[in-house]
Structure formats: structure tokens, C-alpha cells
Design a protein around this ligand. Structure first.
Ligand SMILES: C[S@@+](CC[C@H](N)C(=O)[O-])C[C@H]1O[C@@H](n2cnc3c(N)ncnc32)[C@H](O)[C@@H]1O
Length: 354
């Protein structure tokens, strides 16, 4: 049995677990670790082409590793010795030889009297000890261009030791990002929002504040027959979104509009799903201006959203949005907290009653 550790967006572990279960054959879920963005699975498949092809299809995963060892650790510096011992005995020397450069990447969540650099140092020394014992020579450490990355995840009182399969590039860095919107959404979150909102093929899906087009492009990758509309008031962002969509080979499948989300009915007659990442207002200065935008947008949205249709929004203004949505005849279906960069924000799913 191979154990795999997936690093995913914190707050969306269940969505990733579901996607992994659907895409990766012969798999058993061992645990989802919310809200720390970890999903552990077990599979009878060897790490080979079939497994790798399935992993490459995943849209919600940041990294994937082979899990070598797990255990418990306390928050005191002397407890790191147990992590070092586990790394040394984990079988990591099957992946690293004196001719393989390596680096340890340490991830730490929770309250501990040591830093992630302390974890990386102890684990690095343990790797060197294990490899030297087996091969008679030390391996080379290369922090910038390692051949093998050993991930050590300390989460509360648990730790995991893993060999990373996806290198240093996280799965949320999609190749289509030619135009980098200054407030771009992680594509893995965009995927999860489409799933949470219940979007389906054949529907009309609108992102009325689409910036560089992340949500529309992810929708285009999921659905072949949906009518996808990407709208923004700023023509520069729409030009960028078109570039990104062309890089994803989806530019002919998405309709691009320069328009105002406060007057949706002027551009679109009806939509089934609205999925959007409106401005958080952090750069807008006055919080009243972002609230005015949300309020006018929700009122306009209620005029074009099909009965039973949903609006899925990621926002820091969830209380205000929920209140105004209720006034506009939209009922809450789901509210969850997710990490978006350094911020903890809410994803809200609202439904227009039939
Ligand atoms: C947070 S960004 C969206 C980023 C996008 N999700 C991405 O990944 O690139 C919010 C966008 O809302 C747009 N916007 C703000 N007010 C708007 C309005 N009244 N109508 C349409 N778009 C608006 C901004 O131009 C900005 O591009």
C-alpha cells in the first residue's frame, strides 16, 4: 500500500478529498485534516503512470507526496528529537543517494517552542545520517535546486514525513497565467467554488467581476457545453483574461464583456450560476464603497438569477453580504471559512428560491 499526502487549500479539504476519490482509482481516504490543508489517502496502485495521470487531472490540489512516516510530537524543543529519529528510520534513503541532492521543506501549524527552520535542520541532519549509513557517503544539500524534496509537516501534535512528487511548483500555479491580475484568485479555490455552487455542464455560468478570468477558465476546463461569461468593468483586465483564456485554449468557449456588475440586466438576460471574487475592498480605502458595490450587485443579480440558481461569492464582508442577499431574495445554502493567501475569508453560497 502506498500512502499519499495531498496538500490542499485550507478550508477546502473535503472538496479535495471528494475530487481525489473520484479521479484516483483504487483509493481509500485515511484522513482529511481541516483546517490545515492536508488529505491523506492509501492506494494499492504503485507510483507509476496510471496513478500519476490521475493525479495530474486534479484541479484542487497544491502538492502531492509519498507519505513515509507519521507520529506524535510535543511543542517542546527536545521533542524534535522524535521527528529526527522518524526521518532517519522512514526509508528516505531509498529515494536519496550520495549522488542525489536534496532539501527539506518544513511546514508548521500550531503552537510550538520551535520554528519550521528548527524542524528543517533536525530533519536535514537525520536524512544525512540515514543516507551516510546506507551508502557510506553524505548526500549533497541543495536548497535552491534539489533533486528530491523531503517534506516534514508538523501540525499541532502530529507530524508527517514525506517525499514530494510534484517538486517546488504548487499545483495552483497553472500554466495559463500570462496576465497576472493584482488580486488574482487561486485557481484551486476557483475550482472549489464552482463545485460548491453546484455548477453543471450546459448551464449559463457568469463571473461578473472576473479580473484575469480565473473562475471562467476553470469553468471552461470542467464543462464542455456550459455558456461561460467573464465580465469586468476594467477593459485592461478583460484583455488580460482573454490572453489567459487563449493560453488555456479556451478563448473561443468563453464570452468576454466589459460591463458593470451593478447593472447585470443590461448585459445578460438570465444566468444559472454566478461564481465570483468581488473586490475585498482592502485597496478601495473607504469600506462604504465596497458595501455599496455589493448591495447594488446583489440587487441586480436577483433580477437575472434563474429560480433555483446559485451565487457563490468569496468575500471578507460575509455578514453584510448575507444581510443584503436576504433582502434581495437569496437564501444562504453554505458558508465556510477558507484561507486565501494570508487572509481567512468566507465562501458564501446563496440560492434564489423557486
Ligand atoms: C478580486 S478581483 C477578481 C480577480 C479574479 N478572480 C482573478 O482571479 O483574476 C475583482 C475584480 O472586480 C472588478 N470590479 C470591481 N467593481 C466592478 C464592477 N462594478 N463591475 C464589474 N467589475 C468590477 C475589478 O476590476 C477587479 O478586476
Amino acid at each position: 500500500m502506498t500512502r499519499l499526502l495531498f496538500t490542499v487549500n485550507p478550508g477546502l479539504e473535503d472538496i479535495s478529498a471528494e475530487e481525489i476519490r473520484a479521479e484516483v482509482p483504487e483509493i481509500r481516504l485515511v484522513e482529511e485534516r481541516a483546517p490545515h490543508g492536508r488529505v491523506v489517502v492509501e492506494t494499492a496502485l504503485p507510483v507509476g503512470r496510471r496513478l500519476w495521470e490521475a493525479i495530474e487531472r486534479l484541479r484542487s490540489v497544491h502538492r502531492v507526496s509519498i507519505l513515509l512516516a507519521s507520529g506524535r510530537v510535543c511543542g517542546k524543543p527536545e521533542c524534535l528529537e522524535a521527528v529526527g529519529k522518524a526521518v532517519e528510520l522512514s526509508g528516505v534513503d531509498a529515494y536519496i543517494t550520495p549522488f542525489t541532492s536534496f532539501a527539506v521543506r518544513a511546514y508548521r501549524h500550531g503552537s510550538h517552542e520551535y520554528t519550521s527552520m528548527d524542524v528543517a535542520r533536525v530533519a536535514g541532519e537525520a536524512v544525512i545520517k540515514a543516507v551516510t549509513r546506507k551508502w557510506g557517503r553524505r548526500p549533497e544539500v541543495s536548497l535552491d535546486h534539489p533533486s528530491v524534496i523531503v517534506g516534514v509537516h508538523v501540525i499541532g501534535d502530529e507530524f508527517h514525513v514525506a517525499v514530494e512528487l510534484s517538486g517546488d511548483i504548487s499545483g495552483h500555479r497553472r500554466g495559463y497565467r500570462i496576465y497576472d491580475h493584482p488580486a488574482a484568485l487561486k485557481p484551486t479555490i476557483a475550482y472549489a467554488m464552482l463545485v460548491l455552487g453546484g455548477a453543471r455542464d450546459g448551464e449559463v455560468i457568469l463571473d461578473p467581476m472576473c479580473g484575469g478570468g480565473t473562475i471562467a477558465i476553470e469553468a471552461g476546463m470542467l464543462f464542455e457545453d456550459a455558456e461561460i461569461i467573464c465580465m469586468d468593468k476594467n477593459p485592461r483586465h478583460i484583455r488580460g483574461a482573454k490572453l489567459n483564456a487563449a493560453a488555456a485554449r479556451l478563448d473561443t468557449r468563453i464570452r468576454f464583456l466589459v460591463g458593470d456588475a451593478r447593472r447585470l440586466e443590461e448585459y445578460v438576460s438570465h444566468v444559472d450560476r454566478v461564481v465570483s471574487n468581488p473586490p475585498y475592498g482592502i485597496r478601495m480605502g473607504d469600506p462604504r464603497s465596497v458595501r455599496r458595490l455589493y448591495s447594488d450587485f446583489l440587487e441586480s443579480l436577483s433580477r437575472i438569477l434563474s429560480p433555483g440558481g446559485t451565487a457563490t461569492l468569496i468575500t471578507t464582508e460575509h455578514r453584510y453580504v448575507s444581510r443584503r442577499a436576504a433582502e434581495a431574495g437569496l437564501s444562504p445554502v453554505e458558508e465556510r471559512t477558507v484561507a486565501h493567501g494570508d487572509l481567512w475569508v468566507k465562501i458564501l453560497v446563496l440560492r434564489r428560491e423557486t
